[in-house]
Write a protein that binds this ligand. Structure first.
Ligand code: ADP
Length: 409
């Protein structure tokens, strides 16, 4: 039975090259010539497919444990290393096993101190090697090393440019904050009639302008939140809070915008949700981002539901009790709260369900936004050790849900 030859693992000591084994084996297999790579001790590191077949045909059914000098070349290591020490990096040898005669070329690679053995069988007329396959292992490794370094340098440069871009945009956004607050203040004054009576037409125009201004304020603050999260400035203010208060306050704040668009907003919060530790502002921001999206994507006449119920999150208790025990004695109290925002909008195709939570990803280009609302929501929920996801099919609305564990440290 032909033994399956596996490449022995690279020893830690000999492992000076930072290449994954699979990668090197893959490269060697691309070479037409039978090739073996061994450590100075004769311990085999890699055997390419051609060499493996060649050795199998010579009766070596299992390569593992074989020594290059004693078992394969039948030569004293000194005979090779004497020449290498005299400055020869290549040694040619003739080996014979039974009838089969082969010529081998042993090449020494000073770094990482490997021997590369190329076998040429006398009996087999080798087809002229394709010039593309004549690269030596050392050249291939060097080429790979250079590519790796270039890629790393390009990646670091891109990261730095990206950081500079975020810093620049954050300072620009910061500069916009104050004038926008002033403009919004004047709209409020005008709309309240403090600066004189307005005609109906003026009232409508100012309300529309104020709405646009508020959207701009939200975009700016969205970006500022994002850049703060990006620069690692996220600090949770975990306090004992009432989630129903948090969401109720938000619902009231948004009710006017929903009314204006003619979208019904239903809010229902289970009275049994206890107070627990969470960051009031951040959770409110997550729910606000979801409400903002629901309103944006739901046409007039549609409806949106904001709901919060206690939830038993099984995964979170997995470490505490074995499965059978948990099944027998269902833990008496829920360990998390499930908050969901459901809308009757156009829905989201399944292929976008993951990517919409990534930075700057926007699917619907007809609405305003920067593709950051969900990315920020995800980060904030994950910081609470919770999770957020979407369920939706095109044309049947969307349901965004997040779970907030109630056992925050
Ligand atoms: P943006 O601030 O641009 O809306 P988000 O990260 O909040 O960015 O959303 C990303 C994308 O997810 C949006 O461009 C939109 O296509 C889609 N999306 C989010 N919420 C909804 C929703 N309720 N209904 C339909 N599509 C939505």
């Amino acid at each position: 039975m032909a033994g399956r030859i596996t490449t022995p693992p690279m020893s830690q000591e000999g492992n000076r090259a930072v290449l994954p084994l699979g990668f090197v084996s893959g490269l060697l297999d691309m070479i037409e010539q039978p090739l073996i790579v061994a450590e100075r001790s004769g311990n085999l590191l890699f055997v390419n497919t051609r060499a493996r077949k060649c050795l199998e045909s010579r009766g070596y059914m299992a390569i593992q444990g074989l020594n290059l000098f004693g078992d394969l070349l039948h030569v004293e290591p000194g005979k090779i290393f004497d020449k290498i020490e005299k400055g020869e990096h290549q040694v040619h040898l003739q080996i014979q096993r039974g009838e089969a005669k082969s010529t081998v070329r042993v090449q020494w690679m000073p770094e990482p101190d490997w021997l590369v053995v190329e076998i040429q069988n006398k009996s087999e007329a080798q087809p002229a090697a394709d010039p593309a396959t004549q690269l030596t292992v050392q050249e291939l490794l060097q080429e790979r090393e250079i590519t790796y370094r270039n890629l790393l340098a390009a990646y670091l440069k891109l990261q730095e440019v990206n950081r500079q871009k975020t810093v620049f945009l954050a300072s620009a956004a910061h500069e916009l904050k104050t004038p926008l607050a002033v403009i919004k203040g004047y709209y409020d004054l005008l709309l309240a009639g403090s600066l004189g009576r307005l005609t109906d037409k003026q009232q409508d125009i100012l309300e529309e302008s104020k709405e646009s201004c508020e959207r701009l304020v939200r975009l700016v603050s969205m970006f500022l939140n994002y850049s703060a999260l990006e620069s690692g400035k996220l600090v949770l203010q975990l306090r004992e809070n009432d989630l129903r208060d948090c969401l109720d306050e938000l619902g009231k704040r948004w009710s006017e915008a929903f009314q204006r668009k003619g979208v019904k907003l239903d809010a229902s919060f289970d009275p049994s949700i206890p107070t627990f530790r969470f960051d009031y502002q951040k959770v409110q921001q997550v729910a606000a981002n979801l409400l903002d999206n629901a309103l944006k994507h739901t046409p007039s006449g549609g409806s949106v539901t904001l709901r919060a119920v206690p939830h038993f999150w099984e995964r979170r208790v997995a470490a505490m009790a074995p499965v059978e025990e948990r099944r027998r004695f269902r833990l008496p109290r829920p360990n998390s709260v499930e908050v969901s925002v459901t809308d009757s909008g156009p829905g989201i195709a399944a292929e976008h369900h993951q990517e919409i939570f990534e930075d700057f990803v926007r699917v619907d280009r007809n609405t305003s936004g920067m593709g950051l609302g969900l990315a920020i929501a995800k980060r904030l929920i994950q910081a609470h050790r919770g999770k957020v996801w979407v369920e939706s099919e095109s044309r049947t609305g969307s349901r965004f849900t997040f779970l907030l564990p109630m056992d925050q440290g």
